[in-house]
Design a protein around this ligand. Sequence first.
Ligand SMILES: Cc1cc2nc3c(=O)[nH]c(=O)nc-3n(C[C@H](O)[C@H](O)[C@H](O)COP(=O)(O)OP(=O)(O)OC[C@H]3O[C@@H](n4cnc5c(N)ncnc54)[C@H](O)[C@@H]3O)c2cc1C
Length: 384
Amino acid sequence: MDFDLTEEQRMIQETISKFAKEEIAPVASENDKKAHFPRDIFKKLAGLGFMGTPIPHEYGGAGFDYISHAIVAEEIGRVDSSMRGTYSVQVSLVELPLLKFGNEEQKRKYLPKLTSGEWIGCFGLTEPNAGSDPASMISSAEEDGDHYVLNGQKTWITNAGIADLAIVYAKTDKDAGPKGITAFLVEKGTEGFSTKDLHDKLGLRASNTGEIYLENCRVPNENILGELNKGFKVAMGTLDFGRFTVAAGCVGAAQGCIDICKEYAKQRIQFGKPIASFQLVQQMIADMVVECEAGRLLVYRAGHLKNKGEPNTRETSIAKYYCSEMVNRVAYKAIQIHGGYGFSGEYDVERFYRDARINTLYEGTSQIQQLIIGAIELEIRAFT
Ligand SMILES: Cc1cc2nc3c(=O)[nH]c(=O)nc-3n(C[C@H](O)[C@H](O)[C@H](O)COP(=O)(O)OP(=O)(O)OC[C@H]3O[C@@H](n4cnc5c(N)ncnc54)[C@H](O)[C@@H]3O)c2cc1C
């Protein structure tokens, strides 16, 4: 076992960390308050190769390994979870499924546009009545000559309102449960495709979230991603990528809380001393550090398996479950260390605390991760 980063991984870490500190962090709070998605920063990240991290060069990507992909999510998440969310969706939920399940023509057509940041992508699985149980979706796709006609609604879709390309899931055989779902590549501007932004979110306010409406939306047959009726496999394969970057982003956000708290605890004076000198404050910092480092090791282990091309659903779910719960505990302590000031929007820990909350909910709730891990351990599935 080698715990050292390679020379290349260290260089990637330095570059993205510098960019995050200099370009993303200074405007993160303002963008959160204005619920503004900074497209200029997204484009700059893409210009540095960070919107196509694990995608091969031939499709416009940077060709990084999965540990590097995690490092990028971590360093962005260390300063801004909204931008980390956009990164996760663009790379893990759109580009990676295209790479894994797309045909050569689809890869050549879409990947360079996405990795260059010219296009933004989104992943449309969730529906108003189908969240943890996506196989119960009611969106449908009916064959009509050389097209499929899609009808239905998707909700809580990250990037929906700003996306140029949506991977949308619909039933092509309504009686076949998970075996009757197909994934479609739907371009913005396709007739019958529209979106509506969702507002007033608890966190991730600088990230776009919206609904997708499919009203007799005609999608050419060649835009099926993967095989007909095999969309559930595409969705689950995609979530193995997505959960990995969510977990890495949680480690980054936890590290961000630790960075801020160390500085604050050294300069905040009570009882004539910096609060950092009090044992109970040190205990909180120590717990935050231990949990963050444990999470990082879980993420890197999953990344190591991904690099080797080995099965990693179990390890990815363990990392996602642990890190998403962990960042909430860490952000809670970060507020505690800031006392009353932590309750104010003037301090970044308030944003970190709100942003942490989403991680146990999306890309499979903590309960769903527990059921995935439990099913693998026990060889008994709690749900079909
Ligand atoms: C900001 C944001 C961004 C999102 N981005 C996307 C996106 O880009 N694309 C996308 O497709 N979706 C996205 N989602 C949707 C997200 O993935 C779902 O919200 C999530 O899967 C949970 O579904 P639900 O909200 O319908 O909750 P439900 O499935 O209704 O769950 C409610 C509660 O019941 C529990 N529960 C459900 N089933 C079981 C079970 N079998 N056993 C035990 N407990 C159970 C859950 O754990 C949870 O606690 C996003 C959501 C948010 C809030």
